[in-house]
Write a new protein. Structure first.
Length: 426
């Protein structure tokens, strides 16, 4: 066992947390609940929102932040994973927590936990909750890490729950069908809770559970709506305030799926704090979630997206299909993935939109080799002539850029790790 008292820097603490527990993922509420009890189990905010789903959870957190900041409502947020900086996980009014403040929180957790070993995620969740309890924001929005029912975030009883799209991912942990996965995620629901579902046509068993539990429920496409108001997609129209209003279209959170996230978050927050058109206008113009359909360079355009499963690949494919109508060149992808993802499903979704692939290897226990990605891509129907292999993300990007013309589009995708490595070396 590691003696955490020897940790000095934030990096020391994070390395110790990653290596001390016997499992990287260790679902269950008993350990974290006991440590939280020893810490006094303080109230973390006036109003707590939990966010669950397969894809889009982080964007819902960012929408909630943008709405609250525009309204002058103090908000704390907890999300994962991070792209470049661990401190991205815990934010107050959109600002990352400092390393010194995090270390002090870790020291308090270490003193309270005694003999209890905690997973990496449990350390981060407890630090977030402890710091929120000290700051006492009006709203805390908490992103579930994995699943829902047994996730550390579910230790707390949230006042509201927002659900983004549910699809196939982490089947070994959550079940092999969308219906089974949906019920695991429904485990964060509480009796007489406010529940917002940010997408259309959720599984019937999930919807029944939501209707049974909820005090108030909003289903995107039925109870709340938001859609583009013009062909150029410069405006949206929405009824989340009770009557139809028009707003500027989201400036940074792109794709029609983001309108469901916006509507769900606005509905929940409006129920607790009355919003108005100007607040939502400012939120639409300023909400950001870096790494999700984010353009970071022009001429040639470079797009980064953390798509890493079938559902998120479908969203990326839809976005690229629209992009293809606006560019004159090719769409080239640099892709590296984790070995526990359904790579073939991802490639099947993207194969019609990518003209040239540059696969890269990822290190670490979960990282996969470029050669394996290439074989899975061929099995998914991608021609060998379109496939290139590199030893790492940096090399793949350098090689891809040799084929890149000004009119082309370069996409960096496959995982948070892939995008993070690209950004770290950019």
């Amino acid at each position: 066992m590691i003696d955490f008292k020897t940790c000095r820097s934030l990096e020391d603490w994070l390395i110790a947390q990653e290596t001390n527990h016997h499992k990287a993922w260790d679902l269950g509420l008993s350990r974290i609940s006991e440590v939280w009890k020893r810490l006094g189990a303080p109230k973390i905010a006036d109003f707590v929102i939990s966010v669950a789903g397969t894809n889009g959870k982080g964007s819902c957190v960012c929408w909630s932040e943008a709405i609250c900041r525009a309204a002058g409502i103090s908000i704390a947020s907890f999300s994962s994973p991070h792209l470049l900086d661990y401190r991205e996980r815990i934010r107050f009014n959109g600002e990352k927590v400092s390393a010194d403040v995090l270390i002090k929180a870790f020291e308090k957790i270490d003193a309270a936990r005694g003999e209890i070993s905690l997973s990496f995620f449990e350390w981060s969740a407890l630090a977030a909750f402890l710091l929120m309890a000290e700051k006492k924001p009006q709203i805390a929005v908490l992103e579930v890490g994995l699943g829902g029912r047994l996730d550390a975030v579910n230790m707390l009883d949230a006042d509201a729950a927002i659900f983004s799209r549910i699809g196939l991912d982490h089947q070994d942990w959550l079940g092999d069908t969308i219906e089974k996965i949906a019920l695991e995620k429904a485990g964060i629901m509480r009796s007489k809770q406010r529940i917002a579902i940010a997408y259309q046509n959720p599984p019937a068993n999930f919807l029944n559970a939501a209707k049974e539990k909820s005090q108030r429920i909003w289903i995107y496409g039925q109870d709340i709506n938001a859609e583009f108001a013009d062909a150029d997609k410069t405006q949206i129209k929405t009824d989340v305030l009770g009557e139809e209003i028009k707003l500027s279209a989201p400036k940074y959170l792109l794709g029609k799926h983001q309108l469901g996230h916006f509507a769900a978050c606005a509905a929940v927050i409006n129920e607790q704090f009355s919003l108005n058109k100007e607040i939502l206008e400012q939120a639409s113009l300023h909400a950001k979630n870096f790494g999700r359909l984010t353009t970071i360079a022009e001429n040639p355009e470079i797009l980064i997206d953390v798509a890493h499963n079938e559902d998120s690949a479908e969203v990326l494919a839809e976005f690229l299909a629209e992009k293809r109508t606006k560019i004159r060149g090719k769409i080239i992808a640099v892709c590296a993935m984790l070995k526990d993802k359904d790579q073939k499903a991802v490639f099947r979704k993207l194969q019609n939109q990518i003209d040239l692939w540059f696969f890269a290897s990822l290190d670490g226990t979960r990282g996969d080799e470029a050669e394996n990605l290439a074989e899975n891509a061929k099995s998914a129907g991608i021609n060998q002539e379109k496939i290139n292999i590199s030893s790492d993300v940096e090399t793949a990007v350098k090689t891809a850029k040799k084929h890149l013309r000004e009119e082309d589009l370069l996409v960096i995708t496959g995982s948070f790790v892939t995008v993070g490595k690209f950004l770290d070396r950019k």
